[in-house]
Design a protein around this ligand. Structure first.
Ligand code: PEP
Length: 253
């Protein structure tokens, strides 16, 4: 079975005390995960080592950064390199979240550079894609998201592609409380897998986990995750509430 993933995206939330309390709540008696299940905490940079310490010893629990620089190292004040993340043992990095694309003007081309750096250091990118409301209303979402994949991913080899995770996050559903229906999620995930299969072959396309993101909650996770091409979720708001995120972890196939 493909890897099934519950990924928490804390965004720019929580003080260190709150972060520790949330991790303690989730990890005091953590759900025992099956071999194909993974839980990832994408925490703000200052809490990466704290989160690493907390997940230590818990099988299939990992920590992610929420971004990285597209430069290897050097005079880029305020940036965080993949080499730094690698040096503190971080295994995953979220790339291309719609908030980074919108507020920090991250283009598909810059994201391609970040992906290359992440893969060269052995970090697993969680590559986010998704359309704004205007595109969904125009009915052109399939082509829009396909283009994001083509411009950021299609220079990768099949071997590299097989190492990444994709998160489909329709922008109109992020933080809005408006979730895509399970049917809409499945439709897009199936389309993206077909796009990957056309470029890389079915065998490779079948390996890549595709997460859904956009107002996933404890109450709707099971239905969304039950769809055959939905391999878990990237979760913002609900990942800040231990009881909700626990329910989301429980909903993994
Ligand atoms: C996200 O930040 O990736 C996200 C999906 O947020 P929310 O779950 O709050 O919609």
């Amino acid at each position: 079975m493909r890897q099934q993933i519950a990924a928490a995206n804390w965004k720019m939330n929580l003080t260190v005390t709150q972060a520790e309390e949330l991790l303690n709540n989730l990890l005091q008696e953590p759900k025992k995960l099956l071999a194909h299940q993974t839980v990832i905490f994408a925490v703000p940079f200052p809490y990466l080592t704290l989160a690493k310490t907390k997940v230590n010893g818990h099988t299939n629990y990992f920590v992610a950064a929420q971004n990285c620089s597209n430069k290897k190292s050097g005079a880029y004040t305020g940036e965080t390199s993949i080499e730094m993340l690698h040096s503190i043992g971080i295994e995953y990095v979220v790339l291309g979240h719609s908030e980074r694309r919108e507020y920090f003007a991250e283009s598909n081309a810059v994201l391609a550079e970040k992906l290359d750096l992440a893969l060269s250091y052995g970090l697993i990118p969680i590559f986010c894609c998704g359309e704004p409301l205007s595109i969904r209303e125009a009915g052109t979402q399939n082509g829009f998201v396909e283009q994001q994949l083509k411009e950021s991913l299609f220079h990768l080899s099949a071997e590299q592609l097989a190492k990444i995770v994709i998160a489909y996050e329709p922008i109109w559903a992020i933080g809005t409380g408006k979730t895509a229906t399970a049917g809409q999620a499945q439709e897009m995930h199936q389309h993206l897998r077909a796009v990957l299969a056309a470029q890389y072959g079915k065998e490779t396309a079948d390996i890549v986990p595709i997460l859904y993101g956009g107002s996933v909650k404890g109450s709707n996770a099971k239905e969304i995750f039950s769809k055959p091409d939905v391999d878990g979720g990237l979760v913002g708001g609900a990942s800040l509430i231990a009881a909700d995120f626990t329910q989301i972890i429980d909903a993994l196939k």
